[in-house]
Design a protein around this ligand. Structure first.
Ligand SMILES: *[C@@H]1O[C@H](CO)[C@@H](O)[C@H](O)[C@H]1NC(C)=O
Ligand SMILES: *[C@@H]1O[C@H](CO)[C@@H](O)[C@H](O)[C@H]1NC(C)=O
Ligand SMILES: *[C@@H]1O[C@H](CO)[C@@H](O)[C@H](O)[C@H]1NC(C)=O
Length: 700
């Protein structure tokens, strides 16, 4: 105790007293010259240079020039070279001088990293004194410490010495490791942690027995997702003890430990061979004591990716890639067959892939493939779809549109089918996709009138026989009209006009679909607008020219057997005298009679225009009326009278039939009396107004 204290104290004093300043960084080379060189040096000099280079180097100094007054033993002037107080040389003279001692071209080596030069001159013969002195350069030279003999405790390194610039390091032979003294070697456990994917391990001294007891630990620990396999070489020898229970690893053993599993102790003379651990971490503990003999063991270890179970199949889908085994970081993909979609947990997914995880499990369960559907086909107004094949709008289903017959038919009358294709869209089988449209069927009632009847003298119309007939109620007054399109009613101008103005929209009520007035008048349809022919001008009720008007309905009508439109005249429609037409209406059945409760109808022939005109001339002369028959009118009726349209029928249709279809030939307009002998009913000649009708319907 006392000694240690003294030494520490001494060192402290020394440190404080002798080296107050840190040395500057030593140079690797330099030059030294005598004072005033290359001028002659002055007398009476005593100059010292302390050269140093870094530790682990020595100094080599070479004189490039030396001219110092020569004297025997360099008695007067001299340059002395010292190392550690020891004189390496004392020089004077010049290269050619006989006296003195000149170093020549040979460099001088210092044994260490320091060198001292002392230049000394006297005052002899100052006048004569013309010597120039010296010039030298020095450099640091690496010391090969390894070739040094070492010290009392033995060689520098007990096994391998490696010289380095300025120093050296010791190293050990294979199977040994350097002790903490950095100089001597000991038999190595070579233990520690091994994290490379493969490696080689062996017991100390293997294949020989270590000279003393060892206790070594080796841990192989590789990335998660990999498993370690140990492959012991055949040359395996660990002391075992024979017991009644068999071999026992009593004193020497190699213990193999895998986390979460029982450890295994190995000993004996038989190599365990290959051990598959199924773990990414394995610990090996090798233990021997000072007695007994174990030559040891060696092993190669390798790592393998964790394996995942082979994925199953996906119905209506495909799992790729198909491999016999799947390992950590392998990916699989699932694609559904055409027409099927990927579903996971009830949700459709765009795509599917899953990876084999480091725990040997797929990170996602396999999805399912469900057949997809194209959704509801676009609805068709007044029509629908029927499945030609398939169902639930599923892939490959084929649907065909149909119109609600017999009230609607296809525009163009083509059958278009649509297939639910793999792009999940309904695709037409036609090259040009025809968007189906249902147009109303006109002029073809589902029920037919068979018997000739009369209005005045006519008969009740059964249901559905005159489905275009409407009853108009305008400000309490009554009139007739006909359905010509799903939003349009055609009537006479005199029915919806008063003093040249159209009736206000909200005073117009339209009743349709029934033949019984009582039930019919319960649910009216309202007008959106009323359009009177612009050339209708009838202030005094004598000029019925252009007696035509259109009512646009607020809501479109859906046609059925009770409400159907009547056809408009064809462009080339003709009115052939004598052709039977059909007039209907809710008008009076007798002049000045009460309005009937039922829809009535009567069949009347087209009357020759001249005959009709003549009849008016005659009757006008009789009655003093002012009406004239124009080309915009036609007449129908019987010369003997008794059948006619009458008040309240105004605006109703006079229908002619062509090819089984009724068309609106006339609009009940005016007459002189009802059903009188010798006078006819006059009707607006609808064929003359086709352009106006079309234009009005298009523009509104
Ligand atoms: C184990 O090592 C031996 C050589 O020592 C070699 O022949 C054998 O193929 C190895 N076994 C495996 C599974 O790597
Ligand atoms: C349209 O399809 C229907 C039903 O499939 C069929 O009865 C009808 O004949 C077809 N019409 C035409 C013009 O192909
Ligand atoms: C009737 O309808 C026409 C056309 O839509 C419109 O201009 C007019 O204002 C309407 N009249 C009334 C009274 O609603």
């Amino acid at each position: 105790m006392g000694w240690t204290f003294c030494i520490v104290l001494f060192l402290f004093v020394l440190a404080c007293g002798c080296w107050p300043l840190p040395d500057p960084e030593p140079l690797m080379h330099g030059e030294v010259q005598s004072p005033q060189y290359p001028q002659p040096y002055p007398p009476n000099l005593q100059k010292q240079w302390d050269l140093s280079v870094p530790e682990g180097y020595r100094i080599r100094i070479t004189f490039t020039h030396m001219d110092i007054e020569a004297s025997a033993g360099c008695y007067y002037d001299s340059l002395t070279v010292l190392y550690d107080g020891k004189v390496l040389g004392k020089f004077c003279g010049s290269e050619n001088s006989a006296d003195g001692h000149h170093p020549g071209n040979q460099p001088i080596l210092s044994p260490g990293n320091r060198l001292t030069l002392i230049f000394q001159t006297d005052n002899n013969n100052p006048e004569r004194h013309q010597n120039l002195g010296f010039s030298a350069h020095y450099q640091a030279l690496d010391i090969d410490e390894c070739s040094a003999p070492g010290d009392a405790s033995g060689p520098l390194c007990t096994q391998i010495c490696l010289n380095t610039l300025g120093s050296y390091i010791c190293s050990c032979h294979h199977g040994y490791e350097l002790r903490s003294d950095q100089r001597s070697c000991m038999l190595s456990c070579a233990g520690g942690i091994f994290d490379e994917p493969e490696g080689f391990l062996y017991s100390p001294g293997y294949p020989n027995s270590p000279p003393h007891a060892v206790s070594c630990q080796y841990i192989i620990s590789v990335e998660l997702g990999f498993t370690v396999s140990l492959n012991f070489s055949d040359n395996f020898h660990i002391e075992s003890v024979d017991t009644q229970q068999g071999l026992s690893c009593l004193h020497h053993w190699l213990q193999v430990t895998v986390p979460n599993r029982d450890h295994i102790k190995l000993c004996g003379a038989k190599s365990p061979g290959l051990m598959v651990t199924n773990s990414n971490t394995v610990q090996l503990d090798y233990h021997t004591d000072d007695e007994g003999l174990s030559n040891g063991w060696s092993l190669d270890y390798s790592t393998h990716r964790v394996q995942c179970p082979v994925p199953g199949n996906v119905a209506e889908g495909r799992v790729t890639p198909i491999l016999t085994e799947y390992f950590y970081r392998d990916y699989i993909f699932v694609r559904c067959d055409q027409g099927y979609k990927l579903m996971m947990e009830g949700q459709e997914i765009e795509s599917f892939s899953t990876m084999c995880q480091n725990n040997g499990q797929w990170h996602l369960p396999l999805p399912e493939c469900h057949i997809f559907d194209c959704g509801e086909p676009e609805p068709l107004l007044n029509g629908g779809v029927t499945f030609l094949s398939g169902f639930q709008n599923q892939y490959r289903s084929v649907v065909q549109y149909h119109c609600n017959e017999p009230f609607y038919s296809f525009l163009g009358a083509v059958n278009v089918s649509f297939t639910c294709e793999s792009d999940r869209k309904w695709r037409s089988n036609h090259d040009v996709v025809v968007r189906p449209t249902c147009i109303p069927v006109c002029g073809q009632p589902t029920q037919h009138l068979s018997v000739y009847q009369r209005i005045i003298g006519g008969n009740d119309a059964p249901d559905d026989t005159l489905p275009w007939q409407v009853l108009l109620s305008i400000d309490g007054g009554r009139g007739g009209g006909m359905v010509i399109a799903d939003r349009w009613i055609m009537t006479a101008a005199h029915v919806v006009g008063k003093d040249g103005n159209p009736a206000l929209n909200d005073t117009v009520r339209v009743y349709m679909g029934l033949t019984d007035v009582g039930t019919l008048m319960v649910s009216p349809v309202y007008a959106a607008s009323v359009h009177i022919h612009p050339d209708y001008n009838n202030p005094n009720h004598v000029d019925y020219n252009n007696d035509i008007a259109l009512i646009k309905l607020q809501d479109p009508i859906t046609f059925d057997s009770s409400v159907m439109p009547i056809c408009l005249p064809a462009q080339d429609a003709t009115y052939v005298t004598g052709t039977m037409g059909l007039v209907s209406g809710f008008g009076v059945t007798q002049e000045k009679g009460r309005s009937p409760k039922q829809l009535k109808y009567v069949h009347l022939p087209v009357v020759d225009q001249e005959t009709c005109s003549d009849s008016f001339t005659t009757s006008q002369q009789k009655r003093g009326g002012g009406q004239t028959l124009t080309d915009n009118m036609i007449c129908a009726g019987l010369p003997e009278g008794g059948k006619d349209s009458c008040g309240g029928d105004g605006g109703s249709a006079y229908a002619l039939k062509d090819n089984g279809r009724f068309w609106a030939a006339g609009i009940v307009s005016w007459g002189t009396g009802c059903g009188k002998q010798g006078s006819y009913g006059v009707y607006t000649r609808v064929a003359n107004y086709l352009d106006w009708i079309m234009k009005t319907m298009q523009e509104n």
